[in-house]
Design a protein around this ligand. Structure first.
Ligand code: OAD
Length: 247
């Protein structure tokens, strides 16, 4: 698809913006080789999320949940940030103000060089004890099948947000403020089906921001977008940033 005119328009919006907020989802890491959640080969395909991604599942079968997260840690350890992640680092340097909010737990934005990333759903680099205040950064190292707290011996759990859990209040507060205040909001590689993350795009739009969507395919957000670019993030984002840099 020829997006040239839309990319020109977007580059001009970005140049003129005082603050740009980007929200990313699993689609931005797809070209690094990490599966998304809802696609044909998605992580939730053939798997009930409530069996591996809820506090109830962890209480019932911590070993089974850890099997899933250790598998994800192995995947994350194999992959590298891609052109989409790197383009967002360049974008941050080019615009007047920038806030990056992600639903991803893979830490690929940080590894690409993005700073101060708001993680709505936590991350898989850290674990914490379910009983005491112990927490630890384990990086992308796989954990034992039964990871236990060195202080109290109870189970460690990944520092991710599961279904039926609250999002970290500070992350939500910062993302909500950026969504309210931004001039351009870019929704990148997310199906926009999980709340409250999905709400930020609508909040931004109703506060007057230019709403941009970059996704492989249309989503429920598409009819609301002022600019919709459908294709791969790893190709579209570097093109947008290059166009901005050329202005
Ligand atoms: P989804 O799997 O729901 O959606 C991924 C989106 O990325 C889809 O809309 C794809 O079309 C798009 N996509 C895939 N490859 C792409 C590419 N190369 N370039 C551009 N777009 C691409 O993932 P999320 O929206 O991130 O939450 O899912 C949101 C949350 O649901 C996740 O954080 C996770 C999940 O359940 C929790 O685990 C709490």
């Amino acid at each position: 698809m020829d997006h040239s005119a839309a990319i020109d328009a977007l580059a001009a919006h970005l140049r003129d913006a005082q603050f740009v907020c980007a929200l990313t989802g699993a689609g931005i890491s797809a070209e690094s080789g990490l599966a998304t959640f809802r696609g044909p080969d998605g992580l939730w395909k053939g798997r009930d999320p409530t069996e591996v991604a809820t506090p109830e599942a962890f209480a019932a079968d911590p070993r089974g949940v850890w099997e899933f997260y250790n598998w994800r840690l192995r995947q994350a350890a194999k992959v590298e940030p891609n052109a989409g992640h790197f383009a967002l680092v360049r974008l941050a340097e080019r615009v007047a103000g920038f806030g990056l909010v992600t639903q991803n737990v893979d830490r690929l934005h940080q590894r690409a060089g993005s700073r101060d990333v708001v993680e709505l759903h936590g991350n898989i680099d850290e674990v914490r004890c379910i009983s005491c205040p112990f927490s630890e950064t384990v990086g992308r190292r796989e954990l034992p099948a039964e990871p236990r707290c060195p202080n109290c011996g109870d189970w460690l759990r990944p520092c991710v947000v599961w279904f039926n859990e609250l999002l970290p209040p500070d992350a939500v507060r910062r993302a909500a403020a950026w969504a309210r205040e931004c001039d351009v909001f870019i929704s990148i590689g997310t199906s926009g089906l999980v709340w409250p993350a999905a709400q930020f795009a609508y909040d931004a739009k109703s506060n007057g921001a230019t709403l941009v969507e970059i996704n492989l395919e249309p989503t429920p957000l598409t009819p609301h977008a002022d600019v919709a670019l459908h294709g791969k993030c790893g190709e579209l984002l570097p093109t947008v940033v290059a166009r901005l840099e050329a202005l």
